[in-house]
Design a protein around this ligand. Structure first.
Ligand code: ADP
Length: 154
């Protein structure tokens, strides 16, 4: 059975931080599904379609990385895809506290699902989608925070 990991998140939009986690985790898995989780009541800056397109563009030359969307529980999405691993990134102690809680909840909901954490590359520890959105709202240049493949797209 292929070793599949789900990398769930809002990705509103994908950043160099997300891209780096996926690149570094790929040797551990046969396939990584970058899963854009959305909530019909919560509007992001970018539409789900736009987010998916940015992710597809970022990993266009990497066939083992696919993109999908889901609405609902992450554990249900993992079951649907036969994925035994959840991939998450850690930037800070605050991330760790949140992620540890999430991982515990997911473990209770689905006991054979393991969350795998990767610490951020220090060069990207300050980057978040929230910061990118804030800079964009004030017409700033976000090129430095985004994957190279998105140059000129956002
Ligand atoms: P969420 O809405 O679930 O927090 P995000 O899209 O913000 O989703 O992030 C998805 C995952 O990527 C999370 O595990 C987050 O900690 C991680 N992540 C975000 N930015 C970075 C970064 N700069 N370096 C490493 N991991 C990151």
């Amino acid at each position: 059975m292929p070793n599949i990991a789900i990398f769930p998140g809002s990705f509103d939009p994908i950043t160099k931080g997300h891209e780096s986690i996926v690149h570094r985790a790929l040797p551990l898995f046969d396939k990584i599904i970058v899963a854009v989780g959305y909530n019909a009541d919560k509007k992001g800056l970018f539409s789900v379609e736009e987010r998916v397109n940015f992710i597809k563009k970022t990993f266009s030359d990497m066939p083992d990385i696919v993109v999908d969307t889901y609405d609902g529980l992450t554990v249900d999405f993992c079951k649907k895809h036969n994925a035994k691993f959840l991939l998450r990134g850690l930037r800070s102690v605050a991330d760790f506290e949140n992620e540890r809680n999430l991982a515990s909840i997911n473990k209770e909901l689905s006991s054979d699902l393991e969350t795998v954490f990767m610490c951020t590359d220090i060069a990207y520890s300050h980057i978040s989608s929230t910061v990118v959105r804030d800079v964009l709202r004030h017409n700033g240049d976000v090129t430095k925070f985004l994957p190279k493949a998105l140059k000129g797209c956002i």
